[in-house]
Design a protein around this ligand. Structure first.
Ligand SMILES: O=C(O)CCC(=O)C(=O)O
Ligand SMILES: [Fe+2]
Length: 375
């Protein structure tokens, strides 16, 4: 475990459970089947070197990666050394569950999650974060200042990859952009074949940037029905296409399905920064990408409608993934509850007094804006 997540580690010090209780044991068809996973070293995954001074080369490489894989690994980005030494955790702690299709009981993910916004610094998100431990606010602010320009740059390169102006996506999304972050922590699992850190999912934002713990492979992506383990390259970041970008691109790019698995040797943390839309944002595809060969595949969505679409998509994919399964409930990412399993009693201050929904989609959201068709 390097220093990236030491706040998170601190929050979980010495309290790893020593055995997997029934509550965390996945039903057989949802187990990770780790022996069947391909290593990212044995296949060619897209690695983008940000040191490349030729902007158009970067544009093409990223466009190709988004189209063929839905993700890429970024190396030599300006602040990589700095980033990899950051401590970046604060926010709310949640536990993930899935529902066992046979017993209908919740199965807990072998992990816990912190969630918070990370931008804009100027309007004071930082003041909303907790003050204890004392370094939380400043480290989050520094990270936000570093990752922000990178996110902008990626949006710009992706815009150009669509044959559009550099600032197309920024300008188009600007008003409703929302920046959130999620830190994930898993202690060693006594039996990694029976548990999962994060269940298979796609992210429902525009873009996600994942900072992985060094030296531990935990992130898996699904490519051609095969799970690929993304071994963390030192000072690299993993970037993936999320669902909003899939819609924007009229499915030219596909959001990648991914999961986090456990191991029985070391704890693992990851830290994801998302750029997405806020609740009133309207999601619609880029008209410039539509022609006779590429008819529109999506209507305009209000956020709430989009979330319904997202749920359907998750269900369809998970049903395919677990094809032996007869139930329609599939892998249901339905509930985040707390308190977290690995929390030390002295850390009660980290738990928000009132449970707040982390990802409304998972909860059949109560919508505060009109749902009538807008196209
Ligand atoms: O732990 C990981 O590497 C994956 C994190 C992730 O998928 C997420 O935060 O949405
Ligand atoms: Fe994710």
């Amino acid at each position: 475990m390097n220093d990236i997540m030491s706040s998170f580690r601190w929050a979980n010090d010495g309290i790893s459970p020593i055995s997997v209780t029934q509550e965390y044991i996945l039903p057989p068809e949802k187990r990770p089947n780790l022996t069947a996973v391909t290593s990212s070293q044995s296949i060619s995954i897209p690695i983008i070197d940000m040191n490349n001074e030729n902007e158009m080369t970067l544009v093409h490489e990223i466009a190709k990666a988004c189209e063929e894989f839905g993700f890429f690994v970024l190396i030599n980005h300006e602040k990589s050394q700095l980033l990899s030494n950051r401590i970046m955790v604060d926010g709310k702690i949640y536990r993930h569950h899935l529902i066992d299709p046979v017993t209908k009981k919740e199965v807990g993910m072998w992990s816990e999650t912190l969630f918070h916004t990370w931008h804009p610094v100027e309007v004071g998100f930082i003041q909303k974060l907790l003050q204890n431990p004392s370094h939380f606010r400043e480290t989050i602010a520094s990270y936000a200042k570093e990752i922000g320009p990178l996110m902008d740059r990626l949006l710009s390169l992706i815009s150009q990859g669509f044959g559009l102006s550099k600032d197309y996506l920024q300008t188009r999304l600007e008003e409703n952009l929302q920046y959130t972050a999620q830190a994930n922590y898993s202690p060693p699992s006594p039996n990694p074949e029976l548990t999962l850190g994060l269940q298979p999912h796609s992210d429902k934002k525009v873009l996600s940037i994942i900072l992985q713990d060094q030296g531990i492979t935990g992130l898996h992506v699904l490519k051609d029905q095969q799970w690929i383990a993304i071994d963390p390259i030192p000072a690299s970041l993993f970037v993936n296409v999320a669902d909003y970008l899939q819609v924007l691109s009229n499915d030219k790019y596909t959001s990648v399905y991914h999961r986090a698995v456990n191991n029985n040797v070391k704890e693992r943390a990851s830290y994801t920064t998302f750029c997405g839309l806020n609740k009133v944002g309207i999601i619609s595809l880029i008209q410039e990408l539509i022609d006779l060969q590429h008819p529109p595949l999506h209507p305009k969505y209000y956020y709430g409608d989009f979330l319904k679409f997202y749920r359907q998509k998750q269900n369809t994919i998970t049903q395919k993934l677990f094809s032996g399964q007869t139930t329609t409930s599939s892998l249901s990412l339905t509930k985040f509850t707390h308190p977290p399993i690995f929390r030390h009693p002295k850390l009660n201050f980290l738990i928000p007094k009132k449970s707040k929904l982390l990802i409304p989609f998972y909860h059949a959201p109560t919508l505060s804006f009109p749902l009538s068709p807008i196209f």
